[in-house]
Design a protein around this ligand. Structure first.
Ligand code: KG4
Ligand code: ZN
Length: 320
């Protein structure tokens, strides 16, 4: 089995995955509540919490799989991109486990992890396909050629789609993280009641900073009436973001002649986005937001470093 660890942001996660992509355990401990009072992730707070949680989460995952470290033949861990302090906790934990057992260690890119959420289970997707990766930190259109090889066709010029959801939620007083809260509230609202234009930028890129400002102005204009219109605002805002994502994704697929469209990342959990792309392959809901099963999955397509070559491995903060 592969033991995967993910600590790039505010989820402490460990999973056990077979070489053939069967998920034996997938444990995610979210720190969202801890950060909610600050309205976003506080890096130092996240690192300290990962430190407390990483060993219990590994123990839980082994328990869930009915396994011990004797059953583990490779350790996989997110090396970046993400919060450096947070990444380092997972990386050091992974090194310690691998080193103590003389196991190889695979360093995984977080974005490769999200794409690899599609390669798990019985209906694992096979490349090539066009992939929309929409999360709190990234919005990318990828022409995926092989399990670990793709071309970037488009990305965001400013905010990521998940970031736009989170900032919108904050303006609507829905707390952090806001994507799921907007999704829920939008069900009671009319998505056609406000027009929030999303800027169309050149090529296959995205821009979400304008739509957030449009929501800000609408909220200001409504004043005391915001409360009564909150669901309509959420529904209209969500519709604007989803439409921009869907349009650009379909454009990209047409441009490269992709046989299939897939959607991954936290925003792939959005119900309106899922409904708007019925023909697409959608990451399973538990594997949309950050988890370690996707990291273990990705490790099958990268070369693991043999014991003890990985001891000097460092984390990286920005996408490579
Ligand atoms: O992939 P992820 O867990 O972390 C990153 O790698 O960034 O994505 C988290 C993002 C957050 O911005 C969150 O608000 C968003 O995914 N998200 C959603 C939904 N569930 C999570 N956005 C829209 N609708 C949802 N149902
Ligand atoms: Zn992520």
């Amino acid at each position: 089995m592969i033991l995967g660890i993910e600590t790039s942001c505010d989820e402490t996660a460990c999973a056990l995955v077979d070489q053939d992509g069967k998920v034996r355990a997938n444990v995610v401990s979210s720190q969202a509540e801890l950060h909610a009072r600050y309205g976003g992730v506080v890096p130092e707070v996240a690192s300290r919490r990962h430190l407390e949680l990483v060993v219990p989460v590994v123990r839980d995952a082994l328990g869930e799989a009915g396994a011990t470290l004797d059953d583990v033949d490779t350790v996989a861990v997110t090396q970046g991109p993400g919060l450096i302090g947070a990444l380092l906790v997972g990386l050091q934990a992974a090194k310690a486990i691998a080193w103590s057992r003389h196991l190889p260690l695979a360093a995984v890119d977080h974005l490769h992890g999200h794409v690899s959420s599609l390669f798990l289970g019985e209906d694992a997707l096979e490349p090539p396909f066009l992939c929309l990766l929409a999360s709190g930190g990234h919005t990318l259109l990828l022409d995926v050629h092989e399990h670990a090889r793709w071309t970037v066709l488009g990305s965001t010029r400013d905010d990521a789609a998940g970031e736009a959801f989170d900032k919108g939620a904050r303006l609507l007083g829905l707390g952090y993280p806001g994507g799921a809260a907007i999704d829920r509230l939008a069900r009671d609202g009319d998505g056609g009641s406000f027009s929030f234009p999303v800027a169309r930028v050149d090529g296959l890129d995205f821009s979400f900073s304008g739509v957030k400002t449009a929501l800000l102005y609408a909220v200001r204009e409504l004043g005391d009436d915001v409360e009564a219109r909150r669901a309509d605002l959420a529904a209209s805002y969500q519709r604007a973001i989803v439409r921009a994502l869907v349009e650009r994704t379909q454009e990209a697929a047409a441009r490269v002649g992709a046989p299939r469209i897939a959607v991954v990342g936290g925003v792939a959990a959005n119900s309106e986005l899922r409904a708007a792309l019925p023909e697409a392959v959608l990451a399973p809901l538990p594997l949309c937001t950050d988890n370690a099963a996707m990291i273990a999955s990705a490790s099958r397509y990268v070369e693991a470093l043999p014991y003890p070559q990985y001891l000097g491995l460092d984390a990286y903060a920005s996408a490579r």
